[in-house]
Design a protein around this ligand. Structure first.
Ligand code: BES
Ligand code: ZN
Ligand code: ZN
Length: 507
């Protein structure tokens, strides 16, 4: 999709888009103010729009499509008492998805209208450009047969504004970069497990970083995992014909003396549950159980592509949790990379087991902060639903608040759950240092998972994000294609962008 900026806003520039957004402001239930874009239509069209709007009752947040005779032909009428970031995000996606399904090739938005609600033109452009690209993406086009005439595409997004600024251009360039990384992340998460094995995930990491300055990828194969003593990764991977890997991505954009942020992502390419097998329903989307790994891979890639002046390391343990005569079992005791031992209470709590080795390895990198990103528990979804990932920050309220805010601004929403020291009690096993399953399962599942990971990360500053709630989009409500939400890319790159602030808070 091409982004075009029209700075001379006249009737003529309006005609560059086949579909355009017309915002109307409400005061309570009453129509209060028409966006200035309305003034640009021909008198006949204005009349058509006005009589349509007056014949309907618009509620706050409501939108309706209107077909008119003039140009543009399609109008997306959006009513609100206030147009905030969330509204702009949804409206730009809605414009693109509707246009795409109708075969409309160009859409437009008049930026200056939103100054009324204190959104600067460059803010609206950045949000609209990013979300237009996210809404245009559809993994369904990968495997389905093409319809006659090919897939419908939106080719142009026109921004109308009377202001020019370098900030608008830069905002678009940045939005394109980020959206591309999010969409690539969605693609590797959406691939079925047969096409995305642990080795495939390692290859994807190499591809994501190829040709970038100061960036490198190292992959530990099975032999190396053995010689390093990464027995937890090996144990979970044993039941699969596809051998496990550990993927290490290093980006050195900062000073040599600066400690890296280390992001660790769960890369379970398929989670059958192992011998504690899942149900048919429970196994349905488990080819996406590497979504945390995908988020880390493309989070690091985005940071490297933006050339941020920070040091970042991404670590992704990649395994397939399968059933065979070689599978790990309940009762098995595993010695991890760092020497701590785990007893297996449930082979379906495999994510935390592989992350134990990866976290211990992360500790050898002298990190400023260890952050894990994982589709760790169904319990996180029970607690939070599907709109925010669970955020756990060990004993650091200011850092928790900062990450919550970064989540809100980036669009990767996170919401806190507690990670107090008391929860360590829940980890006790009979014979090993810790058990991977809580005796009182299923209570507090997401927290117990986080406490387990913290046991390996301590005493270093630790953040865990259980992204099971945001593994997939809500297609109808979010105006995004079905499948992976690409969660984590925007959150991690923004955390890296705010490195100085983050480091201040962990000290
Ligand atoms: N990958 C699953 C968690 C999951 C479920 C992610 C649904 C996304 C959507 C994880 O490995 C798992 O099975 N967790 C168990 C843990 C339990 C056995 C302690 C769970 O949530 O039931
Ligand atoms: Zn599992
Ligand atoms: Zn899993």
């Amino acid at each position: 999709m091409k982004f075009v900026i029209e700075t001379e806003v006249t009737k003529k520039s309006l005609a560059r888009a086949e579909a355009i957004l017309v915002p109307i402001w409400l005061k309570g239930e009453k129509l209060d103010y028409w966006g200035e874009v309305y003034e640009l239509f021909d008198k006949d069209d204005q009349e058509a729009i006005r009589s349509y709007v007056e014949s309907k009752k618009f509620k706050d947040g409501e939108t309706k499509w209107l077909y008119i005779k003039g140009v543009p032909t399609f109008v997306l009428i959006a009513a609100a008492t206030r147009f905030d970031r969330k509204r702009i995000v949804l409206l730009s996606r809605q414009l693109v998805r509707m246009a795409k399904s109708e075969g409309i090739k160009s859409v437009g938005i008049y930026l200056d209208d939103f100054e009324r609600d204190n959104l600067a033109a460059e803010t609206v452009t950045g949000l609209a450009a990013e979300n237009a690209l996210l809404a245009h993406y559809d993994f369904g086009e990968k495997f389905k047969s093409q319809p006659v005439g090919g897939w419908k595409r939106v080719e142009r997004f026109v921004f109308l504004t009377e202001k020019t600024s370098k900030k608008i251009d830069e905002g678009i360039a940045r939005a394109e970069m980020i959206a591309e990384a999010v969409n690539e992340c969605r693609t590797i998460a959406n691939y079925p497990a047969s096409d995305m094995t642990p080795e495939g995930l390692a290859e994807a990491a190499k591809t994501a970083l190829r040709g970038l300055k100061n960036a490198s990828v190292t992959v530990f194969d099975e032999k190396r995992l053995k010689s390093e003593g990464m027995n937890a990764i090996l144990a979970v991977g044993k039941g699969s014909a596809a051998a496990p890997r550990l993927v290490i991505m290093e980006y050195a954009g900062g000073k040599k003396t600066e400690k890296p942020l280390v992001f660790v992502g769960k890369g379970v390419t398929f989670d059958s549950g192992g011998l504690n097998i899942k149900t048919t329903q429970g196994m349905m989307d488990m080819y996406m159980d590497m979504s945390g790994g995908a988020g880390v891979i493309y989070g690091v890639a985005a940071i490297a592509r933006l050339g941020l002046p920070v040091n970042v390391i991404g670590i992704v343990p990649a395994v397939e949790n399968m059933i065979s005569g070689l599978s790990y079992r309940q009762g098995d005791v595993i010695k991890t990379y760092g020497g701590k031992t785990i007893e297996i209470g449930n082979t379906d709590a495999e994510g935390r087991v592989i992350l134990a080795d990866a976290i211990e390895y992360a500790k050898t990198k002298n990190p400023a902060l260890i952050l894990t990103l994982a589709t760790l528990t169904g319990a996180a979804m029970v607690a939070l639903g599907e709109r925010a990932s669970a955020l756990f920050v060990k004993n650091n309220k200011p850092l928790q608040d900062e990450i919550e805010k970064i989540g809100r601004d980036s669009g990767d929403f996170v919401w806190p759950l507690p990670l107090w020291d008391e929860f360590d009690k829940e980890l006790e096993g009979a014979f090993a240092d810790v058990s991977n399953a809580h005796k009182k399962h299923p209570i507090g599942g997401a927290i117990v998972g986080a406490a387990f990971l913290n046991y390996f990360a301590k005493p270093l500053p630790f953040v865990h994000i259980d992204m099971a709630p945001r593994m997939m989009t809500l297609p109808e409500e979010e105006f995004l294609a079905k499948g992976s939400a690409g969660f984590g890319v925007r959150l991690l790159s923004e955390i890296a962008n705010q490195y100085l602030q983050i480091v201040k808070l962990v000290k």
